[in-house]
Write a protein that binds this ligand. Structure first.
Ligand SMILES: Cc1cc2nc3c(=O)[nH]c(=O)nc-3n(C[C@H](O)[C@H](O)[C@H](O)COP(=O)(O)O)c2cc1C
Length: 104
């Protein structure tokens, strides 16, 4: 799992945020998904506190740092809760450093 910044590189979004010049914080999974015995290497992005539909959009992600290697979780619920906790804590940390979500 990596922390990075996600920017759309196609047309600006209808909702006015995620424009190319406004990076959005993101957690990125790169690797196999051992929780699911999935040997295929995938790249998945989980944007902090974000629920618009971005399917089919083009984006660039600048990876800042690796937070941990991929690992096996006991259940998908445990994995989902883990990702949500890190995203929430990460967002609070960014806000404590002065970051505010554009367009919110
Ligand atoms: C930020 C992030 C971190 C992840 N870390 C792991 C991991 O450590 N181990 C793992 O098995 N899967 C990990 N995954 C991948 C999940 O297994 C994956 O999202 C899940 O299989 C759901 O896939 P689906 O959207 O194709 O259903 C991670 C996903 C995200 C977004």
């Amino acid at each position: 799992m990596y922390f990075g910044w996600f920017s759309l590189v196609d047309a600006p979004s209808a909702t006015g945020h995620l424009d190319p010049d406004i990076p959005w914080p993101v957690l990125v999974s790169i690797g196999t998904n051992p929780t699911f015995d999935n040997a295929e290497r995938t790249v998945e992005a989980h944007l902090f506190d974000f629920d618009d539909d971005l399917y089919g959009r083009r984006a660039v992600i600048n990876l800042e740092r690796q937070l941990r290697p991929q690992r096996r979780f006991d259940s998908i619920e445990a994995l989902t809760a883990h990702i949500e906790t890190i995203a929430r804590d990460g967002r609070q940390l960014l806000e404590s450093l002065g970051w505010t979500a554009p367009g919110r």
